[in-house]
Design a protein around this ligand. Structure first.
Ligand code: 8ID
Ligand code: ZN
Length: 349
């Protein structure tokens, strides 16, 4: 039975704090489903939302979260392809118009009227969450819902970024921020896609984890005397990686990547540090013919593919499970850059 009340983490004003309390369970509209969220990953985007880091306002009060895995408990009248009892994932893209040029060409993250989970609509830091049926991720029966939660944003996003980079099996990719949530999944997707990885992050724990996840080299941005030289030296011919995947939450590496990427290489920007700007030397950018591009989550097909990699057993990134009630502790660690991999919240405690 669907209760009328549920536990949730709510922010009343930008800047926080999050308040663990009971709120009403909503009813799905005709094209929506209600998902009983069992587990939700905590993405750095959720912390950006609390802090008001971006030039886009959130709804308030707000329930954050957009890596929610659970079971469908109710569907609207118009929903025919998702059934009560199905497993489903609530992603960042909660819904889109399905009619604009971008939705028509399967670039739905670029829809000018998106619904964003945990940002413009309430997200997955609650026990019952609403999403548009067209956009919920389909999760196969029997899936470990705690383990798949981080795939629903971090996994999809880095998989899409790697595809957008155009890098081919056997080529080198530098993952900047490799020890965090997106980075740890990027190490796994890169290995599954046949790529060779240079992990860039800081500290022994992150070095150990990224090595176990398949990275062949580690550059510590905090202790390296010359990050650019060290990254280039990690490739056999010293010419640098074919692609750079930027998932750090700091402006500096966004200004460094163009310096160490290989000629003809691609820099993919994914991380969204507050107030940051991209910068690259015009001279090297021109004579190296480099490409610098943004990449933003993934479409429904990218999502299904990213989930399929997980279901095939190719994606095993470390995560720690704590109760939904402990979200503030996770934010505090995230703020200090202390999280190795991902935290996942169990909504039952
Ligand atoms: O679609 C998108 N573009 C998208 C989707 C999901 C998330 C973008 N994001 C954004 C988030 O909003 C956030 O800005 O990606 C960024 C990373 O999210 P995350 O992986 O959830 O964050 P994290 O777990 O805190 O990891 C960040 C890592 O960056 C490292 C930190 O040590 C940490 O491990 N890092 C930092 I801060 N500065 C670094 C540097 N100079 C660095 N690593 C290398 N060099
Ligand atoms: Zn996210």
């Amino acid at each position: 039975e669907i209760p009328t009340e549920q536990w949730a983490q709510v922010i009343e004003k930008t800047g926080g704090p999050v308040d663990y309390k009971k709120i009403p369970v909503q009813k799905p509209g005709p094209d929506e489903v209600l998902v009983n969220i069992k587990f939700s990953g905590v993405c750095h985007t959720d912390l950006h939302a609390v802090n008001g880091d971006w030039p886009l306002a959130t709804k308030l009060p707000l329930v954050g979260g957009h890596e929610g895995a659970g079971e469908v408990v109710a569907v609207g009248d118009l929903v025919t392809d998702v059934k009560v009892g199905d497993l489903a994932g609530v992603k960042w893209l909660n819904g889109s118009c399905l009619a604009c040029e971008f939705c028509q060409t399967s670039d739905e993250p670029l829809c000018p009227k998106p619904l964003l989970s945990g940002y413009t609509v309430d997200g997955t830091f609650q026990q019952y969450c609403i999403a548009k049926a067209a956009h919920v991720a389909r999760i196969p029966k029997g899936t470990d819902l705690a383990a798949i939660a981080p795939v629903l944003c971090a996994g999809i996003t880095v998989y899409k970024g790697l595809k957008e980079s155009g890098v081919k099996p056997g080529q080198w990719v530098a993952i900047v921020g490799a020890g965090g949530g997106l980075g740890s999944l990027a190490c796994q997707y890169a290995r599954a896609m046949g790529l060779r990885t240079i992990a860039i992050d800081s500290g022994d724990e992150k070095k150990k984890m990224t090595t176990e996840l398949g990275a062949e080299a580690f550059v510590d941005f905090a202790t390296s005397k010359n990050v650019v030289a060290d990254v280039q030296a990690a490739t056999p011919d010293g010419l640098g990686p074919h692609a750079v995947i930027l998932v750090a939450v700091n402006e500096k590496p966004f200004q460094q990547a163009a310096e160490y990427v290989r000629p003809r290489g691609t820099v993919i920007c994914i991380g969204l540090p507050a107030g940051a700007y991209l910068k690259a030397p015009v001279f090297e950018s021109v004579i190296k013919m480099i490409r610098i591009q943004g990449s933003y989550v993934g479409n429904r097909k990218d999502s299904a593919e990213a989930i399929e990699f997980f279901t095939r057993g190719l994606i095993k990134a470390p995560f720690k499970v704590v109760g939904l009630s402990e979200l503030q502790m996770v934010y505090d660690k995230m703020h200090k850059g202390e999280i190795v991999g991902r935290y996942v919240l169990d909504t039952s405690k």
